[in-house]
Ligand binder design. Structure first.
Ligand code: ISE
Length: 341
């Protein structure tokens, strides 16, 4: 059976998802591209062979000829549109974040629990990246012994907006790191401290966080949104018997003028292309089978990322070690992922 997908949002990420649906997802068809900007929707639909365009996301979600939805519209729309998908009984792959407000994540969780069936898969795609997959395997198979630390750095070439702040680095960029560390270590964060060096040019400086987990691990995360040289995300997991470090991903190396060099991607879309494809294919399997993918993030994970980000922003502002205070995981989300909804 062909699954008819709607992509809501025709910006950077919507275009990327639409291209993946068109090129890499056998068994899926692009039914509708939805965007407030009719020209942008039309251009993307024509480029990817989508059947139709729309400017009304709620109407798109309700359409009989739409089986499932990918949400890639602005962050503030993610929670209300996910809730609309739950109400319509349609599986949804929602780009991160579910919401930057933990309270709003709780509302979506409540709607999903009331509906009684898992509907929302969250687009924390790093879980599908081969480097993190191998890191998690090494830990789960016991090769590293007990996990002690995970060091992470996350560098963007430049900020998406000139008014970007350190707090935004924590609430917008760092949730990827929060999520993937929780996933790899199988832990929850209990506290966070955050600080920044001072740049000479007034642009937003890197944010450095030190977090503690309920497993007794210490995690460091550097988020540098103005790294200038390239998009660069790396991590090292240190256990009692060894460590696993992520290599910079490069398919080739150039040797010239007595030096060797490899290239960097300009942003995450190239670096994580393979991860996005794996994630989106897993979403399609979820739509077809109703079995929530074992690796994927759900609304609970979205809530956890948001609550850590809120504590991180407070920690940066106050200069104090700040506790992460979470609710207990509801039974609904404790049920093993990888089981039927
Ligand atoms: C950005 O905020 C994102 O959402 C991207 O997915 C991420 O990879 C990037 O590094 C962030 O800054």
């Amino acid at each position: 059976m062909t699954i008819r997908l709607a992509v809501i949002g025709a910006g950077l990420m919507g275009a990327d998802h639409a291209k993946i649906v068109a090129e890499d997802m056998t068994g899926a068809q692009l039914q509708v591209i939805c965007d407030m900007d009719a020209n942008r929707a039309r251009a993307l639909a024509d480029g990817c062979g989508a059947q139709d365009v729309s400017g009304d996301p709620q109407a798109v979600i309700a359409r009989d000829d739409v089986d499932a939805v990918i949400i890639a519209s602005p962050d503030f729309t993610h929670a209300p549109l996910s809730t609309a998908c739950i109400a319509a009984g349609k599986p949804v792959l929602c780009e991160k974040p579910l919401s930057q407000k933990a309270g709003e994540c709780l509302q979506v969780m409540q709607a999903e629990q009331n509906a009684g069936t898992r509907r929302v898969m969250l687009g924390f795609m790093r879980r599908y990246d081969q480097a993190y997959v191998e890191m998690k395997q090494a830990l789960d198979q016991g090769q590293l012994g007990h996990a002690l630390m995970m060091h992470n750095f996350h560098r963007n070439v430049e900020t998406p907006a000139s008014n970007f702040t350190g707090a935004m680095a924590i609430t917008n960029s760092a949730p990827h790191d929060f999520d993937v560390v929780r996933h790899v270590l199988g832990c929850e964060f209990t506290s966070v401290t955050a600080t920044q060096p001072i740049r000479s040019d007034g642009r937003v400086a890197p944010v450095v966080m030190v977090l503690e987990t309920d497993g007794g691990q210490v995690v460091t995360i550097e988020v540098n949104n103005n790294a200038d040289y390239g998009y660069d995300v790396r991590a090292e997991l240190v256990g009692e018997r060894g460590s696993v470090a992520m290599n910079n991903v490069a398919y080739s190396r150039t040797d010239m003028r007595l030096a060797a060099s490899t290239r960097y991607d300009a942003d995450w879309r190239g670096r994580y292309h393979e991860a996005y494809v794996r994630q989106n294919r897993d979403f399609l399997r979820f739509v077809n089978t109703g079995v929530f993918p074992a690796i994927a993030s759900d609304c609970w994970d979205g809530y956890c990322a948001a609550i850590v980000a809120e504590a991180g922003a407070l920690a940066l502002d106050s200069g104090q070690k700040t506790p992460v205070r979470m609710i207990d995981r509801p039974d609904f989300y404790s049920i093993q992922k990888g089981s039927a909804a």
